[in-house]
Ligand binder design. Structure first.
Ligand code: PMP
Length: 494
């Protein structure tokens, strides 16, 4: 943590967080537990969570054994850090996943509302048109050609029509799409810095894995020595929903790009206040900063994402995970002016911008499979029909969850964003990410709800209280989800 002019000096918006967690300190997760009327004491919730967790671990013994075997050849016994993020006493190994069901290696069946942390949320085999098209193409046409394909023309035209930016490029993850956008923005503006809102997430990027622990201070999220550069090099941080802090950060005209989500979707949800997005755009224009929206999560709102739904315009737009129906693939869009300059300058700098030194992609980007998957997702999945089905299921589930909340007189709140349903432990909507952290209920409610869901066969995502509803969702699945929710609320209340 260092004192730095790269972080806003404006006071933290702590009022809402402290209303529910009087000692809330955004740098200490043990202080953000909300004190709520009628809810069991924190220690009771934690010990109930432990009971649920140890029951679940008892049903997943084979997974535990496999993790031990896996340790001989993989750190933690798993193949990526994402697979360890369940943070359970032992980690689960999956046998297979079909539709919205997943089976672990012990044979336990789950209603999957996590979908690998989103990629498969718009459907997966056996009834996904994307997976069917890709399987067919793989057997006929191969995977990597290092050449463009007609699917890319079709897909990028669809992207341009739908998301309002004329030119598009491909990446294999949202992290990479965001990384490439920040690089282009620095080149385009000739400015060294980027800016993000405090307590937000945009993937595994050196510049964005930073936060502001206190006004005028900047820090990484942890002390691992895996990043390069000084902690306050390259990144400025402002407060979400605070235009004065944005102006403070942009006014020296060193910021190439502001990267935000339309709604903060990590660290709990934080909604934009009226005028926030318009004000942000106006400030970016005033100070010559480019504006990027990361829709990796919020695409769940509908065929045009949350940006389209809110009518926001921007210079860059990125999306990963689900935009290719679960096949690894991400996109980043830009204006024609930016694309023209990228193309011209890239050509002008000569040989070392080619021959693999281009930086804005890797050999596997734009591969035939991911490109086809993108096209089919846009053509056949991300459309009004799919969302009509999803929206109907989501509103039934929301109403059912709210009914249980009222019956148990629980001070909880249910929110939705397209196919995302979140339960929160602050009874009113949240507009700052610190209250967003409080509403997740870390320190008892989060732990109990997750252990209870998992132990009762609903695979909720490990980070937050979020359930994703896919087109394969049935009335039977709704009944199951509501039963489990009801069981948890009953257990959590006095
Ligand atoms: N942007 C946002 C908003 C995200 O939530 C995430 C990850 N959940 C990413 C980017 C990075 O995605 P990936 O891990 O697929 O690169």
């Amino acid at each position: 943590m260092v004192k730095s002019s790269m972080a806003s000096r404006r006071p933290f918006p702590l009022a809402q967080a402290r209303k529910w967690a009087p000692d809330a300190d955004p740098t200490d997760l043990s202080t953000v537990f909300p004190i709520l009327p009628g809810v069991k004491p924190q220690e009771t919730l934690l010990s109930l969570a432990e009971e649920q967790m140890s029951e679940w671990m008892g049903k997943t013994v084979k997974s535990g054994e496999m993790q031990q075997q896996g340790r001989k050849s993989m750190p933690w016994g798993v193949f990526s850090t994402g697979q360890k993020d369940w943070e359970t006493p032992h980690l689960l190994y999956a046998e297979r996943a079909h539709g919205n069901k997943l089976w672990d290696v012990d044979g336990n069946e789950y209603l999957d509302v996590n979908f690998g942390d989103s990629p498969d949320m718009f459907g997966r085999t056996p009834d996904s048109p994307v997976h069917a098209a890709v399987a067919d193409r793989l057997m006929k046409d191969g995977l990597s050609t290092m050449m463009c394909s007609k699917d890319a023309i079709a897909a990028t035209r669809l992207l341009a029509g739908r998301f309002g930016l004329s030119h598009w490029m491909h990446a294999l993850s949202a992290s990479d799409a965001n990384r490439f956008v920040l690089a282009i923005a620095r080149h385009h503006t000739g400015r060294p810095n980027i800016a993000i809102a405090n307590f937000t997430y945009h993937g595994t990027i050196d510049e964005t894995l930073k936060f502001m622990p206190a006004p005028g201070e900047i820090s990484r999220f942890h002390d691992l020595g895996i990043y390069h550069g000084a902690v306050d090099e390259g990144t400025k941080i402002f407060h979400w929903n605070d235009l004065e802090s944005v102006e403070e950060i942009l006014s020296d005209r060193t910021v190439a790009c502001v990267m935000v989500e339309p709604v903060v979707s990590n660290f709990g949800w934080a909604w934009p206040q009226p005028g926030w997005h318009e004000g942000l755009k106006a400030l970016c224009e005033r100070y010559g900063t480019l504006l990027c929206y990361d829709e990796t999560h919020t695409i769940s709102k509908g065929p045009n994402g949350m940006v389209g739904h809110m009518g926001i315009s921007c210079d860059f737009w990125t999306c990963g995970k689900s935009i290719s129906g679960g096949i690894p693939g991400a996109v980043f869009g830009m204006t024609e002016e930016i694309a023209t300059k990228v193309e011209r300058d890239h050509t002008e700098v000569g040989f070392f911008a080619g021959a693999g030194f281009g930086f804005l992609g890797t050999a596997l980007c734009g591969n035939t499979l991911s490109t086809l998957a993108l096209r089919v997702t846009l053509e056949q999945v991300l459309n009004e029909q799919t969302f009509a089905k999803i929206d109907a299921a989501v509103s039934t589930i929301k109403a059912g969850m709210e009914e249980a909340v009222q019956r148990h007189k629980a001070p909880f709140r249910i929110e939705t964003m397209g196919n995302r349903i979140c339960y929160h432990f602050i009874p009113e909507p949240v507009t700052d990410p610190i209250a967003g952290l409080v509403q997740v209920g870390f320190g008892g409610l989060f732990e109990l709800s997750h252990a209870y869901f998992w132990n009762h066969g609903v695979l909720i995502m490990p980070y937050f209280n979020m359930c994703l509803i896919s087109p394969a969702h049935t009335d039977q699945n709704t009944t199951k989800l509501l039963e489990v929710w009801d069981g948890f609320v009953d257990l959590a209340m006095e």
